[in-house]
Design a protein around this ligand. Structure first.
Ligand code: PLP
Length: 380
């Protein structure tokens, strides 16, 4: 029996072995400041740019200069929303299920009269393109932000369609791909203007991520705070070891590997879901559409989710009540609200998010533990 059955990958993942090696090596060999002028610093700068090229290649981007390294997806998302607003793109359309950091950036700096929330279909948790098409057609939108995959339900979003729609109309499009990159095939991002990624969502270590900048705005883009690094696009001494860890982790799984993993893991997840649906009568969320292969979210039949999480934890299982950011604050999740759950149902939601190699036996063990806990709770 493992010490921990880990089913909270959408919150974070442990750093992978190869990423850790690359992180240690960069710390030992390339600790110099890439902005300094001596030889070692030059080598660190070269190394940083080499990782940038590898990442660009992995994402199918033609221009590595489009990538700036950040402290994570929160920073990247804030930077792009702030930049849209600073450059007069005030009529931002963003989905009702965006991560809380996108919502907070829009609410903090945007004008509530001008921004628009794109609704989702309640059965699938997928963005409804019809209103977005109408708004864009009527010339009412200056910029669009729609995530690639939702962190709570795992629902895959139509980011390729939105990218094409925005491109046709010359509207900048941002996609927060923090949950997609590292889990799904990621080699075709060239058609998206602005992209966000986060290392700790794919075993690449915490405190590192990236923003891909629109080709057309490369010379114009300015970062959130002042400073010369990354050509003035992201201030602060570059975290080369973290970048090395991040890109190594991402390169460790090709698109073919990810497609194989998706096939195996989604079957295990589906079997798990069938078991808990039959035994407990849970209501699955977003299962009407395509989802990340590792994610399952459902409404429990009774008793607040915190109690289930705590009983699972006592048995060695780590699961979540929803997005770590929302659940920590006790605010109702925007995603659940957008999918039409009432307050009581929101308090009974569990999110399960497995790893790339979660064995079938661990999925079985989790289903078994849920059935046991249900009996315990019923007996109270
Ligand atoms: N965007 C999405 C979709 C996420 O799931 C998360 C993490 O929960 C973030 C952004 C924030 O990422 P980071 O922890 O790198 O700031």
């Amino acid at each position: 029996m493992p010490d921990l059955y880990y089913f909270d990958c959408n919150a974070t993942t442990p750093m992978g072995a190869a990423a850790r090696e690359a992180w240690l090596e960069a710390n030992d060999r390339h600790w110099a400041n890439p902005s300094s002028l001596y030889r070692e610093a030059g080598l660190a700068k070269q190394e940083l740019d080499r990782w940038r090229e590898e990442l660009a290649d992995r994402l199918g981007l033609e221009e590595p200069e489009r990538i700036v390294f950040t402290s994570g997806a929160t920073e990247a998302n804030n930077a792009v929303i702030r930049y849209f607003l600073d450059t007069g793109r005030k009529r931002i359309a963003y989905s009702a299920i965006e991560h809380p950091c996108v919502d907070a950036a829009v609410k903090q700096w945007g004008d509530s009269e001008q921004v628009r929330e794109i609704p989702v279909h309640s059965d699938t948790g997928v963005v409804d393109l019809a209103p977005l098409r109408d708004w864009i057609g009527d010339g009412e939108i200056d910029a669009v932000s729609v995530m690639a995959a939702n962190n709570e339900t795992g629902a895959l979003q139509p980011w390729r369609e939105v990218a094409a729609l925005c491109r046709e109309q010359g509207i900048p499009f941002h996609s927060d791909a923090a949950q997609w990159i590292g889990k799904m095939e990621s080699g075709d991002f060239d058609g998206v203007d602005w992209i966000t990624g986060s290392a700790h969502k794919f075993e690449g270590g915490k405190g590192c991520g990236f923003l891909v900048i629109s080709e057309e705005e490369l010379d114009r883009f300015h970062g959130l705070i002042g400073g010369p690094q990354e050509d003035g696009r992201r201030a602060g001494t570059e975290n080369l070891p973290a970048v090395a860890g991040m890109v190594t982790a991402l390169m460790g799984r090709s698109d073919e590997d990810l497609s194989d993993i998706a096939g195996v893991q989604s079957q295990r997840r589906d079997h798990f879901e069938a078991q808990v649906r039959d035994a407990l009568g849970v209501r699955l969320l977003g299962d009407g559409g395509a989802r990340l292969w590792n994610t399952s979210m459902f409404v429990l039949p009774h008793t607040r989710n915190a109690k289930w999480v705590s009983r699972l934890s006592q048995r060695g299982f780590a699961v979540s009540t929803g997005s770590a950011c929302s659940s920590g604050r006790g605010n109702p999740s925007r995603v659940m609200a957008a999918m039409g759950l009432d307050y009581d149902e929101m308090g009974r939601v569990l999110r399960i998010s497995g790893e790339w190699e979660t064995p079938a036996a661990h999925w079985e063990a989790l289903a078994g533990a849920l059935v046991e806990i249900e009996k315990e709770l019923q007996g109270q």
